[in-house]
Ligand binder design. Structure first.
Ligand code: ATP
Ligand code: MG
Ligand code: MG
Ligand code: MG
Length: 481
């Protein structure tokens, strides 16, 4: 159908081809940037061209100051991590596809805004209802504001201004000590209607973000950031990014991307294997499993294998998180590898590399989940024993924390087992023990950042809040789920 994710991706690239852009392939998921584990945006492979290099591309004739791509992105681990949002919001995934158009010293704000509007609203392209679209600009960016108001004709009631946290890309670039090409941005939001938000959500960036969903970010890449100092680039550039998953949900008029063919082939298999039907937001287990299996499959296809450090560590952790969710869903045998064919069904046409690597991905996933299930099983025996010996109806928090820290046995499973025997776990004591361990680990980490300035373990620890403690070394950290 014309609204399938595959059709949508093609449509985007076709539109920008018609505006004179070269259609260029996605860079692999693994980032060349020493400060990052993964590609987190479409612009990364083009950094030199924003900075003034002649836009010539390997294997392509001529010079192309206009390019469009569909870039494979991962936001898991490091500054950009969305792990904690996955399953809970309607709009965040760890792996996602960023559709983008780029100008290297060629067109600027007028065309970027005008074309985005045309693609979104023209009946022959997406044909979205213009009344549902909102735009934001950077605080003092009157130029972009006026293009929206006067040229597009967007009513001022649907136009607003925000600061560094929202309308600068990367967000909070200076504060977060980023480096590279950056600039103020203008974002486009689609109003999914009151059923998607809370009463206090009245426009873009005023609430959870699931009602007024951010669909497209247009970055006016005018600066280079180095050691906290912004310097104007020799040229004005455009870098845009639109989430294919968000487009797909809006266009199909379904609740979110999990209800589209990007995720349904995975979810259908999981329903069959678990016997538990998928029910929208409340099915957090299904959502996390589908997200993580997709991410891990795409990464393995790009040669990022489970490991005890770097990007591979994130893969390992995602697999363990997914295994745990499967366990909570009642599954006791390895099943994640049986979902890989769902990823291939959803993604194989656009990314043949995942189809080609299917057997290899299945084997790697299976080995990892088998090893994690063994950890879980020995943990279960240990918890059973502890509960047998326990007098009273409360399991002390430091005991529960030790199960996690020393044996990698997660709090929610301990609680589930305790509950079955009418025992509660002292959560306050758990939090206390975790805090104590964290300050120790912070002190131990003091001597320097890991991975070229990206403190992955520290950030994963923060991201996992409730249940994760990340230990003193990569080996300990491996136990973190
Ligand atoms: P949000 O505010 O929703 O977290 P963002 O501002 O972090 O999004 P950008 O860095 O501006 O996102 O990325 C450009 C576009 O990529 C977004 O407008 C959105 O459509 C898409 N996108 C960003 N993060 C994700 C994600 N985790 N999953 C799916 N799509 C995403
Ligand atoms: Mg974000
Ligand atoms: Mg945002
Ligand atoms: Mg944004």
């Amino acid at each position: 159908a014309g609204t399938s994710p595959d059709a949508l991706r093609r449509k985007f690239l076709e539109f920008f081809r018609s505006k004179g852009h070269l259609i260029y392939p996605s860079a692999p998921l693994k980032s060349d940037d020493p400060g990052l584990l993964f590609n987190v945006a479409g612009m990364q492979q083009f950094k030199p061209y924003f900075q003034g290099a002649t836009p010539k591309f390997p294997g392509v004739e001529g010079v192309w100051p206009r390019v469009a791509t569909s870039q494979k992105c991962m936001r898991a681990g490091g500054k950009d991590s969305d792990i904690e949002n996955v399953g809970r919001t309607r709009r965040h995934h760890t792996f996602f596809e960023m559709l983008g158009n780029f100008s290297f010293g060629d067109y600027f704000k007028r065309e970027a805004i005008g074309w985005a509007w045309e693609f979104l609203t023209a009946p022959e392209w997406l044909g979205l209802d213009p009344e549902r679209l909102y735009a934001t600009v950077y605080l003092d960016d009157d130029e972009a504001y006026n293009i929206w108001k006067d040229e597009v004709g967007l009513p001022e009631a649907r136009l607003s201004r925000f600061g560094e946290g929202e309308n600068f890309w990367p967000a909070n670039a200076i504060k977060d000590e980023r480096s590279g090409p950056c600039g103020p941005c203008s974002e486009i939001f689609y109003d999914r209607g009151p059923a998607y938000g809370s009463p206090d959500e009245t426009g873009p960036n005023t609430g959870s973000g699931d009602r007024f969903v951010e669909i497209w970010n247009l970055v006016f890449t005018q600066f280079n950031l180095e050691n906290g100092v912004l310097t104007p680039l020799p040229q004005q550039n455009i870098d845009t990014g639109a989430g294919l998953e968000r487009f797909a949900a809006v266009i199909a008029d379904v609740k979110d991307a999990y209800a589209t063919e990007l995720f349904q082939p995975i979810i259908r298999r999981l329903e069959r294997l678990s016997g538990v039907p998928y029910r929208d937001l409340e099915s957090v287990h299904h959502r996390i499993i589908a997200d993580h299996v997709r991410s891990v499959s795409m990464c393995i296809a790009d040669g990022i294998l489970p490991a005890n450090d770097g990007a591979g560590y994130v893969i390992k952790m995602l697999l363990r998180r997914a295994s745990r969710q499967a366990y909570l869903l009642g599954l006791r045998e390895p099943v994640l590898h049986q979902l890989v064919s769902g990823v291939v069904e959803a993604m194989g046409e656009a990314y043949p590399e995942v189809k080609d690597a299917q057997a290899r991905i299945e084997g790697i996933v299976r080995a990892e989940e088998e090893s994690f299930l063994r950890t879980l099983e020995s943990g279960i025996a240990r918890v059973s024993g502890l509960l047998d010996e326990l007098g009273g109806d409360t399991l002390p928090g430091d005991v529960a924390f030790d199960l996690w820290q020393t044996y990698g046995f997660p709090l929610d499973l301990t609680e589930e087992m305790a509950q079955e025997r009418g025992v509660r776990v002292d959560r306050e004591g758990y939090a206390h023990a975790r805090e104590a361990a964290r300050s120790l680990s912070r002190a131990a980490r003091g001597e320097g950042a890991l991975f070229g300035g990206t403190d992955v373990f520290g950030q994963l620890a923060e991201a996992h809040g409730e249940t994760a403690f990340v230990g003193y070394s990569a080996r300990d950290a491996e136990a973190a789920v």
